[in-house]
Design a protein around this ligand. Structure first.
Ligand code: SF4
Ligand code: SF4
Ligand code: SF4
Length: 244
């Protein structure tokens, strides 16, 4: 049985301990950042090869009240990962899935993906997660801290979270916990919902509508340009391979 995360955004204070723990465990260097836009506290502005986890900030008006929603964004370790489906058509083994934990992992072989190939893999992801390390050419994203799990430890981000926002364990247990928390939160937050719980191993509990969080807090509409792109990639792949 694969593992899953439950991320209950109603408990997140945006302390960003998870973001830092992730960088520390994976020995990822700091980014040069600047304040941007209308003064958001989100930092850095987006996921990148040195940030597998990013706490996104969303500020909006609810009547006269300012609401501030926090969304600790990371790879969802999809149950049937579209990034792997796409990568398999280009470089077999660039993306693999650990059946024991459910972790979706980018391997050393991902360096063989050209920039254009990488964009196809990135576009296949409904949550816009993969990034390319410009120095090494490797694809980068959250690894579920797979090596920690195999050693009986929790993911680094879960371990440091001081508010109980993040839970990690057997998928079945996390789904049950998610349903139970949703039920109790619905009393105060009628809009509360679970984001794509049956498609992903990182289950988000939202207390506001998805558009009041991060734009990819739920899966992008795959009936749009993305699936068309995948469709054309399927048609052109053998031709491109022949040319190579
Ligand atoms: Fe939110 Fe926990 Fe991350 Fe802090 S460590 S930002 S409370 S998820
Ligand atoms: Fe792949 Fe994106 Fe799913 Fe992560 S969230 S497993 S990168 S498709
Ligand atoms: Fe980072 Fe590990 Fe958490 Fe993924 S599971 S966001 S790699 S600390």
């Amino acid at each position: 049985m694969p593992k899953s995360f439950l991320i209950d955004t109603s408990r997140c204070t945006a302390c960003r301990g998870c973001q830092i723990a992730c960088k520390e465990w994976h020995e990822l260097p700091a980014n040069k950042t600047t304040q941007y836009g209308w003064g958001s506290h989100q930092n850095p502005q987006d996921l990148n090869a040195n940030n597998y986890k990013l706490v996104r900030f969303s500020e909006h008006l609810d009547g006269d009240v300012i609401r501030w929603n926090f969304f600790p964004d990371q790879c969802r370790h999809c149950v049937e990962p579209p990034c792997k489906d796409m990568a398999d058509m280009i470089v077999e083994g660039a993306v693999v899935r650990d059946d024991k934990t459910g972790a979706v992992l980018f391997t050393e072989a991902s360096v063989k993906l050209s920039e254009a190939d990488f964009e196809e893999v990135r576009m296949a992801c409904p949550y816009d997660i993969p990034r390319r390390n410009e120095n090494s050419g490797l694809m980068s994203k959250c690894t579920m801290c797979n090596e920690r799990i195999h050693s009986g430890l929790q993911p680094a981000c879960v371990k440091v979270c001081p508010t109980g926002t993040m839970q990690f364990g057997e998928r079945e247990d996390m789904l049950k916990l998610a349903e139970a928390r949703l039920e109790s939160l619905k009393k105060d937050w009628p809009e509360a919902m679970l984001a794509d719980p049956y498609d992903v191993n990182v289950i988000y509990l939202l207390i506001d509508t998805p558009e009041n969080y991060h734009e990819r807090s739920v899966a992008a509409n795959t009936a749009g340009p993305m699936s068309k792109k995948q469709f054309f990639a399927t048609l052109t792949r053998p031709f491109r391979a022949m040319k190579a």
